[in-house]
Ligand binder design. Structure first.
Ligand SMILES: [Cu+2]
Length: 67
């Protein structure tokens, strides 16, 4: 298991964090997702490093690109 924290500047309210948490759970290999409004950070736990590019792609697709 690998954990990574991203800074996502577009997070601006609770709907943003809910959307990110919901959508990233659809990415195969993502175990947990925590999006934090105050810090504008998203932390994921994934089964392997190779999943992180899929996570980053999904963040871009839903309008919340990682910095
Ligand atoms: Cu929002």
């Amino acid at each position: 298991m690998t954990a990574k924290t991203y800074v996502v500047p577009n997070i601006s309210c609770g709907h943003c964090t809910a959307t990110i948490e919901r959508e990233l759970k659809f990415v195969t290999g993502v175990q947990t997702v925590k999006a934090d409004l105050d810090s504008k950070q998203v932390t994921v736990e994934v089964t392997g490093d190779n999943i992180l590019s899929d996570v980053e792609q999904m963040l871009e697709e839903i309008g919340y690109p990682a910095q």
